[in-house]
Design a protein around this ligand. Structure first.
Ligand code: DGL
Length: 265
């Protein structure tokens, strides 16, 4: 990465693991001068089958860490953590802007021609009150087929995007959506864009929706109010509560960014 970016604001981003990396290119494109700090909570992933209390506790710890590193704005680059913890985070960190991510139902409604939309997400996201409210706000003429993709984030977290394990999990979760004849499928978890080539193979002709760019646009809008960070930081810093070397390796392989990750203290 270019070490000589102009002074910009400092944005803290986190996910249950490596999934939030799928949001970083859009954030970088929308905010070329920003310092990005990323925490992968891979030591505690996946969040999808954890309790709400557990996810709130992890999110609060990570948000506190990112702020201590100088973050002036927080991006929860995890649908599951947004559903479980964004309200608690807003209460504890109401003095700074906070951006969450949720499945792109509204863009999917605009795209569907047949009125049948699939939603792939974790069971935590799909069963949350936040998601249920979002679902109720959609027009009744569109039907939604909800697919709780147990095991999918974990298979992506292992890093081999062509593994037979990942192919089998993708096949298993895409089959019901193929049967339901959906023409648009929402990727409602930030890990899933990394499996998009396999999902496209399993759902030929289907349009996939992900919300990384919408999140980046909203972040850029809010970041425009922030003063440049006074801290002298490199353009991207990475921490993992799992294996930092693995986070560096995936960032290089998937984003072609060479950054050494540190262990999350
Ligand atoms: N990447 C996360 C999301 O967007 C969740 C994956 C998980 O930890 O279960 O929902």
């Amino acid at each position: 990465m270019n070490p000589a970016l102009p002074a910009g604001c400092c944005i803290g981003v986190f996910d249950s693991g490596v999934g939030g990396l799928s949001v970083l290119p859009a954030l970088r494109a929308a905010l070329p001068g920003a310092r990005l700090l990323y925490v992968a909570d891979s030591g505690h992933a996946p969040y999808g089958e954890r309790t709400e209390a557990y996810i709130v506790e992890r999110s609060q710890r990570i948000a506190g860490f990112l702020r201590a590193q100088g973050a002036q704005l927080l991006v929860v680059a995890c649908n599951t953590a947004t559903a479980a913890a964004v309200e608690a985070l807003r209460q504890s960190h109401g003095d700074i802007p906070l951006v969450g991510i949720e499945p792109g139902l509204k863009p999917a409604v605009a795209l569907t021609r047949v009125g049948r939309v699939g939603v792939m997400a974790t069971s935590g996201t799909l069963s949350s009150r936040k998601f249920q409210r979002l679902l109720l706000a959609q027009p009744p003429q569109v039907s939604f087929h909800l697919q709780a993709c147990t095991g999918l984030a974990l298979a992506i977290e292992r890093g081999d995007l062509r593994s037979t394990e990942l192919q089998a999990v993708v096949q298993r979760h895409c089959a019901p959506l193929r049967e339901a004849d959906c023409d648009v499928v929402v990727l409602g978890c930030t890990h899933y864009p990394f499996a998009a080539p396999l999902i496209r193979e399993a759902l030929p002709g289907v349009t996939l929706v992900d919300t990384a760019e919408a999140v980046a646009r909203q972040t850029a809008r809010l970041a425009a109010q922030l003063p440049p960070s006074t801290r002298d930081l490199p353009p991207l810093q990475l921490w993992s509560s799992g294996d930092p070397a693995q986070l560096s390796a995936f960032t290089l392989r998937w984003l072609e960014w060479h950054v050494e990750a540190a262990a999350l203290p």
